[in-house]
Design a protein around this ligand. Sequence first.
Ligand SMILES: Cc1cc2nc3c(=O)[nH]c(=O)nc-3n(C[C@H](O)[C@H](O)[C@H](O)COP(=O)(O)OP(=O)(O)OC[C@H]3O[C@@H](n4cnc5c(N)ncnc54)[C@H](O)[C@@H]3O)c2cc1C
Length: 468
Amino acid sequence: MSPAATVTFTPDQRSRQSSGARNVPVPVVAPKKKANVLALVIFIACLGMGATVGLSLISETHSEFVARGGVNMFIGNLTALVGTYLALIMVLVVSRLSFVETVLGQDRLVRLHKTLSPWPISLIALHVFFTTIGYAQAAKTGFWHQFGTFISSFPNMLTATIGFILMMAIAAISIRAIRSRLRRETWWSIHLAMYLALALSFAHIIALGPAFVGHPLARALWIASWLGTAGVVLVYRFLLPVVRSLRYSLKVVEVKQENSEVSSIILKGTNLEKLRFKGGQFFSWRFLAPGIWWQAHPYSLSAMPKPPYLRLTVKNLGDHSGSLGSIKPGTRVLIEGPYGTLTAHSRQRQHALLIAGGIGVTALRALLEELPAKSKPVVIRRVRSQEDLVLKAEVEALIKHRRGNLYELIGSRRHIKFDGPAIQKMVPDILHRDVYICGSQSFVDGIIEIVKDIGVNSDSIHFEAFSI
Ligand SMILES: Cc1cc2nc3c(=O)[nH]c(=O)nc-3n(C[C@H](O)[C@H](O)[C@H](O)COP(=O)(O)OP(=O)(O)OC[C@H]3O[C@@H](n4cnc5c(N)ncnc54)[C@H](O)[C@@H]3O)c2cc1C
């Protein structure tokens, strides 16, 4: 890289609008709006669940229920509908639907996705079991014979069986003991086959489901909800990222070594003044370089955009983050986002406390830039060594301009006491501040617990853990 290309992200103190990226109004997420969106989402989900259960109840006649195998067939039908409905919800939760993502935050949605996932899988497995037993009882035959008859004689059952096997295989590799042996990217790529598994099972539900055979309205609604979900995934997960990446046309222009483990990567693009980015948010980045082009990883911007430039600052923790330190200028970059709710817009109070663990300073450094000049932020940085205080001068300048205070806690856990009393000593007015926390999962979890014990209200705690 020629030295002439060096780009500085030194905070410009003249105005928060100085970056040029602020020309686009940034929506403020008031807590009331957050609660309303959450209530609306839960209401729609419950309504759908009620309709799904109702569908399986009204499609069952009394004579069918009391006939040989009827109870098992009914359970099979109910578990199929509820299981696939939950599978659709699971897909929607991580579909990057922007209004839900903006309010609830990607980390919470991913956690919800993880919590939900055993349910549809178990219910669909129960569906296969009970439906086969029910039909076997009715036909006075054995389980495996009936299973074979399904595949050989029933419409769309071969594809549905392949989908089911695929689904069970994905469930198996997602078990913690197995998953922890796989590379994250390997697991991630295989787990995307869940879309295929669901698509393969679709036709048999419509062709054979008692709730849909002879019930055109139920059939039309079910098809619409599947197509709607597929449309949302296609638009938000695939089309929009491609369109945005083409619009911004990002390329690496410079890599700056911050310390032996951390590098800042500066990118140049077009139309970046239209980027609706809020300090503290992150993107999913795909660097089109040999060996890593197929992986997308989340990194926060470590400064507000300075069109035509963006900057991320990355610590070498593995193969992807490690390779960015030597990424070649000119490398094209695709982005998905911005995501995240760790922003100045979720503030409840005038003053803020920012607590950064290690590389977690990146998001908070960008967020600081958006805090008003009178916000008097207190910033606590917790690092293992002096060298880990990356972006030190920038953070100091931003705090100074806002007449805030900086505490740098350097050293091992054995030597540095970082508990409730220590925090209260540094920030006696903590109960009158919003608390922003960013760092590793264990760091964030630990600090949340401490500040809650001190008495900080949950609404005033905002966090981003650098792990998914
Ligand atoms: C919202 C968010 C913002 C982040 N911002 C920054 C940042 O500004 N600077 C920075 O240095 N790091 C940031 N990270 C962490 C960064 O994403 C991981 O360090 C990186 O993806 C590790 O990948 P790897 O292949 O280098 O290492 P791996 O060997 O794959 O993993 C090392 C560690 O990173 C975690 N990890 C791996 N891949 C991912 C992934 N795709 N998503 C989440 N966690 C993963 C693993 O669980 C493991 O703990 C952020 C993470 C998240 C979730």
